[in-house]
Design a protein around this ligand. Structure first.
Ligand code: GLY
Length: 426
């Protein structure tokens, strides 16, 4: 690993020291994207000021016949899961969420990344303000998503504007997250709702970064040990031989599997696009934190599967790899953004890293095109268009999502760092 990091670091130095490299390659798309991102995030900050809430997506309804066509099922099989459609006056308006929503950390996190990338102090002020809003989450125990919520907000605050009060928030949250770990099952419990005995979702891999960070912060290995036990059990049971994964694996109390499902995908055996992205990101993180090659090999296999299975020309996947490919099939820009971020990191860890870097670059250029990047003032202040939350539940179909924006900015940050690109030189 060290050797590959060394090679990546030398490459970065060479690129950075060849003052002309930046002029030769056209990075105007990055400048456009960062300026657009900053203005969209600030527009949102001003418009939601005083609500005590955070931006999540846009209220939209769904068309039953469209769902039936996408799911290739008959009405009766999924009618129970349908969500309430928004009231007509809410249709197309910004959907806000409370600090206890699983997505609450992404908007503050996006503000932090945009501040980091542009140096715009107004973004820093808003980032601190919206991060502080999440302070009560440190007492919350009701979900595994605590990692997303606190690591993306406070974790970035700690990195960019350190204050010792941040550590206590992160440690208390990590304690609450490991409080959901069950020794006999060897996993962190994901959800507290539904009829599953002990549901673990692939998304849970994303919450491990908080535990890795807190282990380093405190010097206490227990957070990391629990994270790795969770990762190992997930590796053993969530994946099919072709490295696609189920979304939900529920366990019996003795640690045996109760049930495998894909709650937000086309059907239980389909490959839900965002789930595959969470998987490649999660195991890349595990390798970064351990240097254990089994995680890297696994992440590479998942990455190769993604690159093989995503057939769209722009590399932005449809919402599920097994969805019927038609004109009306929605994309999931969030899955693409998560994948791009993971693959840029992975590209520094493997000998043939260039192909992962190139694929991530292709995704980033697609997301930065007019097809996905919102026009200034449009899209209710979100940066990217065309993500899908939970199609089978009639929820957030072909809308902006705050986590698409977050991972897009994170991927841009990783891309720029690796290439030695600075905003002031663009
Ligand atoms: N973590 C929920 C989702 O990816 O939709």
């Amino acid at each position: 690993m060290k050797r590959n990091y060394f090679i990546a670091a030398i490459a970065t130095l060479v690129m950075a020291s060849c003052g002309n490299t930046q002029q030769k390659e056209d990075y105007s798309w990055i400048k456009t994207s960062l300026n657009r991102s900053a203005s969209q995030l600030l527009l949102t900050a001003h418009e939601i000021d005083g609500t005590g809430k955070l931006p999540r997506s846009i209220h939209v309804g769904y068309d039953m016949d469209f769902l039936i066509r996408q799911l290739e099922r008959d009405t009766a099989t999924f009618v129970d899961s349908l969500r309430k459609k928004p009231a007509p006056e809410m249709d197309g308006k910004r959907r806000l969420c409370s600090v206890y929503d699983w997505t609450s950390g992404f908007y503050p996190g996006s503000l932090w990344y945009a501040y980091e990338l542009t140096g715009n102090k107004e973004l820093e002020t808003e980032a601190a303000k919206y991060t502080n809003l999440l302070n009560p989450v440190r007492y919350y125990k009701g979900t595994h998503d605590l990692g997303f919520m606190i690591n993306c907000s406070y974790g970035n605050a700690r990195r960019l504007a350190y204050a010792d009060t941040i550590d206590a928030v992160m440690v208390e949250t990590a304690d609450n997250l490991i409080g959901r770990f069950n020794d006999s099952i060897s996993c962190i419990r994901s959800w507290d709702f539904g009829t599953w005995n002990f549901p673990v979702i692939i998304d849970n891999m994303m919450n491990l970064d908080l535990l890795f960070t807190v282990s380093k912060m405190t010097g206490d290995a227990k957070y990391k040990e629990i994270a790795l036990k969770h990762a190992d059990k997930t590796m053993a049971n969530h994946f099919r031989p072709d490295y696609t994964c189920w979304h939900v694996v529920s366990y019996n109390n003795d640690g045996t599997v109760e049930r495998k499902q894909t709650h937000q995908g086309k059907n239980d055996d389909s490959s839900w696009a965002r789930g595959q992205a969470w998987a490649v990101y999660g195991y890349t993180s595990c390798y970064r934190e351990t240097g254990d090659k089994k995680y890297l090999d696994f992440a590479v296999n998942v990455a190769d599967m993604i690159m093989d299975r995503v057939k769209t020309e722009d590399a932005i996947p449809y919402w599920d790899y097994d969805a019927p490919v038609t004109e009306e099939t929605p994309r999931d820009a969030s899955a693409a953004a998560v994948t791009a971020s993971a693959l840029i990191e992975m590209s520094t860890m493997v000998e043939d890293g260039q192909k992962y870097f190139d694929y991530a670059e292709k995704i980033l250029k697609s997301l930065s095109s007019d097809a996905y990047l919102a026009k200034e003032g449009d899209n209710q202040g979100f940066i990217l268009m065309h993500s899908t939350g939970s199609l089978p539940n009639g929820s957030e179909i072909d809308v902006p999502l705050n986590y698409a924006d977050y991972y897009y900015l994170e991927a841009l940050q990783r891309y720029m760092k690796l290439k030695g690109i600075e905003y002031k030189n663009l």
